[in-house]
Design a protein around this ligand. Structure first.
Ligand code: ADP
Ligand code: MG
Length: 702
């Protein structure tokens, strides 16, 4: 039976063809259901009256007062003309100001009478004031149902077609009249009972027309739960499917190579975290399920070693492995590291990149195909068609966020049976986000740095104190150290960004003039050869200072660089700041990160810079980043499209609900409920409603 809510929105009273087209174009709304799921983004609380004395700052967005007008005066003239009314209640005064519609207001306001005044509070010279408040007679206010008022976001085009927030509110009233009896429950009763959820019908009514804060919170919770639960149902199902398939390669032998390396070649003691992760990988690969694991570990936490030891496990069981890195420099660095660590062991390692010579490449490819190569390290070159393995059993992807979706997926289709997959990243993704974005992925964390690392000292310096920073840089250079100076690169005003960089380069060169000093520059607009040459100058220690954009190559590894100066640090996101900071602190010397910012900062920017100074923990920072920015801005989220499809939840702020929904979805798959056919149907519908959501690149693993 067709549901009423599936009807075209044009049939709603007050809409029609023209507005229907606009609703579709501007908000993607086609049906009654779409409109019903278009929720207010904010509410103004008209359920209570404030006293003027209660308002001490601007922290309350909107207030409703009941005040008596004491006097009205017209001030200024011409363009600066304004109407000012002084009003008071029994606790204090408020100044009401109008710049527009003066005549109309003047006619309505009568000194000595009481009014309901509503608006955004502000302060001027310590005096509470409201500019352009709404005013109502006390009598009129009595007739209006008390409650919260939803504010809908609109666009210019909507506004000019009578669909501003009030217009949408009116449509919603019309819709509710006809839709209220057609809303069927979407969640099984037992689930609702277990989680204290209100019925869908009540939730929808109160998300649009809440009577008070409390019922609004219950409505929001119910709707968020439904959304996140729907997502998790799909994720858990997918995961279950993978695990039930039991088509993974068995690494049930810890053999000679692993043991030989562990006892004879390991140059240091593994950290506790490294041991734990290797164990996790071990136990994954003996189950018979295909492993799908994300390894998160801060810059320098020793992920490469974990990758290598896992690949030795594969080799011990007769399987080949490969390790894919995002850049040529990084691939060659990995190859060198692995080659040196193995030091003469009977393991064949090769490296394949775009610049590998034809003859060498042909040799590698034929050896690979007959199984003579155990570990192949490389770049994107690894996913080319002609690269064929004999029996690829283990795939490692380093810096996973730097690869595109298909690139990754293609690597693990290089076998009939999908290999075990380990993706490594130094960009920590908070647990709840990982659970949703990469839901079908187990997460391992290296949360411990190798011993002996000195924490990087971080300070925040305002532009007005710049000279002190130059002094500090001079000291470090005198001590033989090198320095990065990084400028933000924010697309949209690219021209200005490069101007900043060029100006910066000039003023640094002036401050640190040759021949005593040598400053080099690297940015994305340079020719590759120039870039490489300048980078080399810094690597080899010829240049004291490297001025660069934020796109410093992942491969840049200069242990002698001890200072990272980040210009306009307030313009960077937290995780980016943290990544940049990770470029220093790689040698034995004390390292520093200097965050330069303007003198005036937004509250958000202050919070970010403050957090950077306070902690070096990448996970703490990324959790905070998620809270400050919401999930929409985090790497990977945008491209997944998920943030857009969520109507009410925010993966950052609603992380607690994500956890609850994950547990609830697991309980269902573990048979924790006895559902009847109707319940099962509901769950299927819910799952399929959200399964279209582009959730994860990793879901391509079949
Ligand atoms: P990342 O996690 O950033 O990829 P790497 O694997 O490159 O980190 O390791 C960073 C450095 O730490 C390397 O020089 C590596 O040899 C060293 N390292 C790794 N594990 C340990 C350990 N357990 N003890 C001491 N040093 C280690
Ligand atoms: Mg690494």
């Amino acid at each position: 039976m067709a549901n009423f809510l599936d009807n075209d929105i044009r049939f709603l009273k007050g809409v029609g063809d023209n507005r229907a087209a606009i609703l579709h174009k501007e908000l993607g709304i086609r049906t009654m259901r779409d409109l019903l799921w278009y929720f207010p983004f904010r509410y103004v609380d008209r359920s209570r009256f404030y006293k003027t004395a209660e308002i001490r700052d601007e922290s309350v967005a909107y207030i409703q007062l009941r005040v008596r007008i004491e006097g009205i005066s017209l001030q200024g003239a011409g363009r600066t003309a304004r109407l000012v009314a002084i009003a008071s209640d029994d606790t204090g005064r408020v100044e009401l100001t109008w710049f527009r519609g003066i005549k109309w207001v003047q006619k309505r306001l009568e000194p000595g009478r009481e009014y309901i005044v509503f608006g955004r509070p502000g302060f001027f010279n310590g005096q509470l004031q409201i500019v352009h408040p709404e005013i109502e007679d006390v009598g009129a206010a009595r007739q209006r149902p008390p409650g919260m008022q939803g504010i809908y976001s609109t666009t210019e085009s909507l506004n000019s077609n009578h669909m501003g927030t009030k217009g949408i509110y009116n449509l919603m009233c019309n819709l509710w009249e006809v839709a209220r009896d057609h809303i069927t429950e979407t969640l099984p009763a037992q689930v609702m009972r277990d989680h204290g959820l209100i019925p869908l019908r009540d939730a929808l009514e109160n998300i649009h027309f809440p009577k008070d804060q409390k019922i609004l919170a219950a409505a929001q919770y119910r709707l968020k739960f439904e959304e996140l639960f729907g997502l998790q149902l799909g994720i858990v199902a997918q995961r279950q499917g993978r695990i039930e398939k039991s088509n993974g390669f068995m690494f049930n032998r810890v053999g000679d190579l692993f043991n030989e390396f562990y006892s004879g070649h390991l140059p240091f003691e593994l950290t506790g975290a490294q041991k734990r992760v290797i164990k996790e990988i071990r136990s994954d690969t003996v189950t018979g399920h295909q492993m799908n694991r994300l390894l998160q570990g801060d810059v320098g936490s020793g992920k490469t070693l974990v990758a290598l030891m896992s690949m030795l496990l594969a080799a011990d069981n007769g399987y080949q492995s490969c390790l894919m890195a995002p850049t040529e420099i990084l691939a060659r660095q990995h190859y060198a590291t692995i080659y040196n660590l193995l030091g003469g062991m009977d393991v064949n390692v090769a490296v394949l990149t775009g610049s590998t010579r034809t003859r060498e490449r042909d040799e590698i490819l034929s050896n690979l195909e007959v199984g003579n190569i155990d570990i192949l390290v490389g770049t994107h070159a690894l996913i080319e068609e002609r690269v064929r393995f004999d029996n690829l059993g283990f795939v490692v992807i380093d810096e996973q966020h730097r690869f595109g979706v298909e690139q990754r997926a293609r690597l693990w289709t290089k076998n009939q049976r999908p290999p075990h997959v380990l993706v490594m990243t130094a960009t920590p993704i908070p647990r709840t986000l990982a659970m949703t974005l990469y839901g079908d992925l187990d997460v391992s964390v290296i949360d411990e740095l190798p011993p002996g690392r000195k924490p990087i000292k971080t300070m925040h310096v305002r532009d007005s104190q710049r000279l002190r920073v130059y002094g500090f840089m001079a000291e470090q250079i005198a001590a033989g150290r090198q320095i990065y100076v990084v400028y933000p690169l924010i697309s949209g005003s690219e021209k200005m960004d490069y101007k900043d960089l060029e100006d910066g380069f000039e003023s640094i060169s002036r401050q640190f003039p040759p021949p005593d000093y040598f400053t080099t520059v690297v940015h994305g607009r340079m020719k590759a050869a120039d870039k490489e040459a300048n980078m080399k100058l810094f690597k080899e220690g010829t240049a004291n200072i490297m001025v660069a954009t934020s796109v410093i190559e992942v491969g840049v590894d200069v242990p002698n660089a001890t200072v990272m100066v980040i210009e306009s640090a307030e313009r960077f996101g937290l995780s980016q700041l943290h990544q940049l900071r990770g470029r220093v602190g790689r040698g034995g010397e004390q390292s520093y990160c200097v965050l330069m910012s303007g003198d005036k900062l937004s509250a958000d920017a202050r919070a970010r810079l403050g957090a950077m100074v306070r902690t070096g923990d990448g996970f703490e920072l990324s959790e905070l980043d998620l809270k400050l920015r919401g999930a929409g801005d985090l790497a990977g989220t945008q491209q997944s499209g998920l943030a857009l499809e969520l109507k009410i939840s925010n993966l950052g702020r609603d992380s607690a609900i994500v956890e609850i929904c994950r547990t609830a979805a697991e309980k269902i798959y573990d048979g924790g409920y006895l559902f009847d056919a109707t319940d099962k149907k509901l769950l299927e519908e819910l799952e399929s409603r959200y399964s279209g959501t582009k959730r994860s690149d990793f879901s391509m693993i079949s």
